[in-house]
Design a protein around this ligand. Structure first.
Ligand SMILES: [Zn+2]
Length: 327
């Protein structure tokens, strides 16, 4: 298996193509739809450990996130870059005075604006097998005959022809979409290695479900827009404690998370805009008035949350008081 240094060499081969648009994609990979890469711009190339990561974005999408933006929102979601929110009290929409809300809107405008560029990740992860390799502007040729005596050239998993006329060829590697180069595949909602059991255990905690969903330790790649949309789809109130929900409810919520994220990734790669059902809406699709509140751990990062009190009734514990998110 190629070790770190070999993968770094592969990285050097890809670097000159960063910024270029894929004119034609081909190859034998069945883990991804190679045709999805047509007309996308190679936005970034990174190496982490033994994996190579390539980011793609819609070539004609002027609002597409820059390489920097694809990294920043995730840090924001984990609360590391939000000192301004420190000390803000937990509030429910029903208790919020208009001037408070205005202030919070202002304090959150930066993070909410970045939600638009956030979305699911658009990174391809390449994991190289024993004979894995990358070639730039050349194909690998057979250097000996196979058992039948044929001189058959190796079959590339992926070939990316760029508009410049150059091309990259990938051999003997596993290719998957993922949320971010730094994501643990087991907690990455876009990864085929996403661990549902671990995610279900996290959701079952006696903590408001809207806070658990944003915990990047368990749901890397899941941001504020996805949180709002999947809670609406699954008809779950954001402040419901995970421990009060049935396993069926939690399974459905996970299904929504995975499906919504991969659908969003697909439309994002094709330069299509997302049409939220509840996020930043005044009415739900059924015409009910939507509520808005700012929820998060007592000393952590608070995020604006929209929900429909009719479609998403609150399940209360015995004492009838929804508890705050734990830190
Ligand atoms: Zn509704």
């Amino acid at each position: 298996m190629p070790e770190g240094p070999s993968v770094r060499k592969f990285h050097l081969l890809t670097s000159p193509f960063v910024g270029q648009v894929v004119a034609k994609a081909g190859g034998s990979s069945r883990k991804i739809n190679v045709k999805d890469l047509n007309a996308l711009r190679l936005q970034d190339s990174q190496v982490h450990g033994k994996n190579l990561y390539l980011a793609f974005t819609a070539a004609e999408d002027p609002l597409g996130p820059t390489a920097e933006e694809t990294v920043l929102p995730r840090e924001a979601a984990s609360g590391e870059s939000a000192p301004a929110q420190e000390g803000l009290a937990q509030v429910c929409a029903s208790h919020t005075r208009p001037q408070d809300e205005e202030l919070q809107e202002l304090q959150h405008s930066r993070s909410e604006a970045s939600d638009a560029a956030e979305g699911p990740g658009n990174w391809l992860r390449f994991h190289f097998g024993m004979f894995g390799s990358i070639r730039a502007n050349e194909f690998s040729r057979a250097n000996k005959a196979n058992k039948r005596g044929d001189w058959k050239d190796p079959t590339p998993r992926l070939v990316l022809h760029f508009e410049s006329g150059g091309f990259l060829v990938f051999y003997n590697c596993r290719i998957h979409w993922c949320s971010s180069p730094r994501a643990d595949p087991a907690s990455d909602i876009l990864s085929v290695e996403f661990h549902r059991g671990q995610a279900l255990d996290a959701l079952r905690a006696p903590n408001p479900i809207c806070c658990t969903l944003l915990d990047q330790k368990y749901f890397s790649g899941l941001g504020n827009i996805i949180k709002n949309e999947i809670l609406y789809q699954a008809k779950i109130h954001p402040l419901t404690q995970g421990s009060l929900l049935t396993l069926t409810d939690l399974e459905r919520l996970l299904d929504c998370a995975v499906q919504f994220s991969s659908d969003w990734l697909h439309s994002k790669l094709h330069g299509k805009r997302l049409h939220p059902q509840i996020y930043q809406k005044e009415q739900c699709p059924l015409g009910h008035a939507v509520m808005k509140g700012t929820f998060g751990p007592p000393r952590g990062f608070k995020r604006l949350t929209w929900w429909c009190p009719q479609c998403q009734p609150l399940v209360l514990p015995g004492n009838g008081d929804p508890s705050l998110c734990r830190e």
